[in-house]
Design a protein around this ligand. Structure first.
Ligand code: B12
Length: 321
């Protein structure tokens, strides 16, 4: 049996939704774009700064020959809303268990299945690795680029996380990239609350609400207003995307927001202790910046919710917090 077919079979057994394979050549297609972003101050503190490491897998794993890219859908069927008086919304990427953990577990499971039939070297990454995950996913045929910059899979849409395994395996056949299927649709560009999507396939990350909810740097007043009640992440450009309608739902139960129900209690966030916070919310990806950032966002959300009926109550809540 071909090693490629064996890996695909095992990926199905361990409930990996999408899998693709690519070689270890540098990601030359996006080098100029990465340089432009850097020169134009359109990058974030969450990215690897060394552009050669971003594009060349061999600078991370010198004997890398192939890359197995996987994706997990987090588009779970869940419609409950919590009963808090003031809700702060979480993007779907922060529902359920932190995807870094779920993804790493899946990749490790897959690696252990491969090592049963072949001795090999590998390194696993999801989100926090040096390479550009989306470009790897694109190269490995996982999906095409949407104008909102997201990788869109034909079956599952764009609510998918990406992970990859650098390996020294010789894979018999690689997948091929897919052309964008956005056509003349530009709903995501129109819907972006801060016009961060200023051109198709082009995001100014520092204006993206997702970034604003995560950065510890000062937020400009006009952007604070645009956050509305979002306290972690932003789904707007994916929610309006027609390619996310009638797609296959996620069966990854880890992403069901059993604790938060997809939102947080803004009053609780103002007073909860660090220890309580870690115990109750430490499992979610949205906690990675710590309680302080969510508390800051909760205050912004409360100010955005203020109206003549709740003004006194909210002002009292915010006093001295
Ligand atoms: C930094 C970062 C952010 C930053 C900057 C995002 C950004 N677009 O760069 C912020 C905080 C804003 C962010 C937000 C989000 N992120 Co983020 N983020 C990252 C991270 C760590 C690096 C991203 C990066 O390298 N950007 C570099 C630039 C070059 O990428 P880009 O602007 O998206 O440009 C791409 C395309 O536009 C395309 N492109 C450029 N020009 C052209 C031209 C044409 C013609 C075409 C077809 C394509 C094309 O190529 C570029 C390279 O991929 C990755 C993980 C990783 N290590 O790669 C996750 C990652 C991209 N994020 C992810 C997610 C889920 C999100 C959010 C949905 C979370 C949320 N709900 O709030 C939003 C989506 C925002 C958006 N529309 O992009 C997923 C994306 C999964 C997917 N299906 O695509 C990733 C891959 C994490 C993961 N492993 O799952 N993120």
């Amino acid at each position: 049996m071909k090693i490629r077919d064996y890996i695909i079979d095992k990926s199905k057994e361990i409930n990996i939704d999408i899998i693709g394979f690519t070689d270890a050549s540098p990601l030359m297609r996006i080098m100029d774009y990465l340089n432009y972003r850097f020169d134009d101050n359109r990058y974030t503190e969450f990215e690897e700064k060394d552009i050669s490491r971003r594009i060349d897998p061999k600078l991370t794993m010198p004997d890398c020959k192939s890359i197995i890219v996987i994706a997990l859908s987090y588009n779970v069927d869940f419609n409950e809303t919590p009963e808090y008086k003031f809700k702060g919304s979480l993007s779907r990427s922060s529902w359920g268990i932190d995807y870094h953990i779920v993804m790493k577990n899946k990749l490790e499971l897959l690696a252990s299945e491969i090592s049963k039939v072949k001795e090999f070297n590998y390194m696993n990454f999801a989100d926090t690795g040096p390479l550009v995950d989306r470009e790897l996913a694109h190269k490995a045929g996982i999906g095409y680029y949407g104008k909102n910059c997201s990788i869109i899979n034909e079956e599952y849409g764009s609510f998918i996380f990406i992970g990859y395994m650098l390996t020294d395996l010789e894979i018999e056949e690689y997948d091929t990239p897919k052309e964008s299927e956005c056509g003349d649709c530009d709903l995501c560009l129109k819907a972006c609350p801060t016009s961060a999507l200023d051109n198709p396939f082009r995001l100014n990350p520092r204006r993206c609400v997702s970034y604003i909810t995560q950065t510890k740097t000062e937020i400009e007043d006009d952007l604070k207003k645009k956050m509305g009640i979002k306290i972690f992440g932003c789904d707007t450009c994916q929610m309006v995307c027609p390619k996310n309608k009638n797609v296959k739902k996620s069966t990854n139960r880890e992403f069901i927001p059993n604790i938060t129900k997809g939102a947080m209690d803004l009053e609780e966030l103002l007073t909860i202790s660090n220890r309580e916070f870690k115990g109750k919310y430490g499992h979610m990806s949205g906690s990675w910046r710590g309680k302080g950032v969510l508390k800051r966002n909760a205050k912004i959300a409360l100010n955005n919710i203020k109206n003549k009926n709740n003004m006194d109550y909210i002002n009292k809540l915010l006093k001295d917090k």
